[in-house]
Ligand binder design. Structure first.
Ligand code: SF4
Length: 361
């Protein structure tokens, strides 16, 4: 069996429509899709924050003469320095003439452009206050143990769990890995535009109950429920945790548990303008997907954040991709209703065209 690597993004596409997966990942037809405004903001902020975290980790403050400090002690990250380092990186990317040309289409006025920049800066401030300083501390700790900082963007976490049975290495991508000071858990972090695709995963504390039913119903041929985004997010969590565990073992940190957190950086629902302080304010709310993913039974058996149901279904998704020739099959009516409208391949899709030009009666 030839070995290949499959990204979590490819699996996400396959869960929405296997034919779309065929166009994109088998035939290699690149879809020409404009990124949404939220995706553009995320693509500006994520690399700027990662560069700021790297820069902060290299920062060594001048010792203050009158302060009696232990010379070996690594001082805690300075939130002001971190925020300023990220702002500098953001400014560099914002002022990039190539990016600027792209951005002229975003805005209809200078006022809107200025507002956008202030929102991005407010997002950085909120990130630093919410988790940035703590995550910078964890990155420093890891850097001390590993000799390098695990900071991306685009940090690849390959999982070889499905290689022996299916010949597939699954690959997830995160922005950085840090050590949670309160739990000592190794935490993979990915910046996302918004957490809307997570659906009910944002509001449920655990797997057992609604989340389990949602996941199982999606794969049950007797159920009409179609939840590709939620299912894909749970599969992504499985792959991230598995890939992180492989890294962790390679790093010699086998006693650490692994977690996966998504941080939305372009969610405008919590953004407001404080006219009195003439300041844009926003609120970052990270979502830890580990608890809602891990099932109690498997965790009790393995002492790891795992989920046997999700891991089993990853195998069946891979098997279906090999066996079914990318046919929408029984799911065609559902895919036509929920996916085709936003699909960039409608002009070349045999399933869609056959339905559009069919004779009635
Ligand atoms: S048009 Fe519809 S059926 Fe065809 S690839 Fe796109 S989503 Fe799938």
């Amino acid at each position: 069996m030839p070995e290949r690597t499959l990204s979590v993004a490819a699996l996400r596409t396959a869960l929405h429509c296997p034919r779309q997966y065929e166009f994109e990942h088998v035939q290699g037809l690149a879809a020409e899709e404009e990124p949404s405004p939220a995706e553009r903001r995320c693509s500006l902020l994520a690399p700027a924050i990662c560069a700021g975290l790297r820069s902060e980790s290299d920062f060594e403050p001048e010792p203050e003469p009158e302060t009696n400090t232990d010379s070996d002690a690594d001082p805690d990250p300075n939130p002001d320095y971190l925020e300023s380092a990220i702002h500098d990186e953001l400014r560099t990317r914002w002022d990039d003439p190539d990016r600027d040309r792209d951005r002229t289409e975003w805005f209809h006025s200078h006022a809107q452009r200025d507002h956008e920049r202030r929102v991005l800066e407010a997002t950085v401030r909120s990130y630093v206050e919410a988790v940035g300083t703590a995550h910078a501390t964890g990155i420093r700790t890891l850097e001390d143990e590993l000799g390098s900082e695990p900071v991306g963007p685009g940090l690849s976490l390959p999982s070889s769990r499905w290689r022996s049975k299916r010949g597939v290495t699954l690959k997830a991508t995160v922005d950085y890995v840090t050590l949670d000071a309160s739990t000592d858990h190794l935490t993979a972090v990915r910046f996302v535009p918004t957490t809307a695709p997570l659906g009910l995963l944002r509001y449920r504390p655990r797997w057992e109950g609604d989340v389990q039913a949602c996941f199982e119903d999606h794969f049950d041929p007797d159920e009409e429920r179609f939840e590709p985004a939620v299912v894909a997010s749970l599969i992504e969590t499985a792959v991230v945790l598995d890939g992180l565990r492989e890294r962790r073992d390679g790093w010699g940190l086998a006693d650490r548990h692994c977690r996966y957190v998504q941080i939305p950086v372009a969610d405008r629902s919590s953004t407001s303008v404080n006219w009195i302080r003439n300041r844009v304010e926003t609120n970052i709310e990270p979502v830890d997907l580990t608890s809602v993913y891990a099932d109690d039974h498997t965790v009790a058996q393995t002492f790891e954040h795992r989920n046997a149901t999700v891991e089993r279904q990853i195998g069946s998704v891979l098997e279906a991709l090999e066996a079914d020739g990318f046919e929408p099959g029984d799911r065609w009516a559902t895919i036509r209703t929920h996916v085709c409208a936003d699909c960039p391949y409608t002009v070349c899709c045999q399933d869609f065209l056959a339905h559009e030009v069919r004779f009635d009666g």
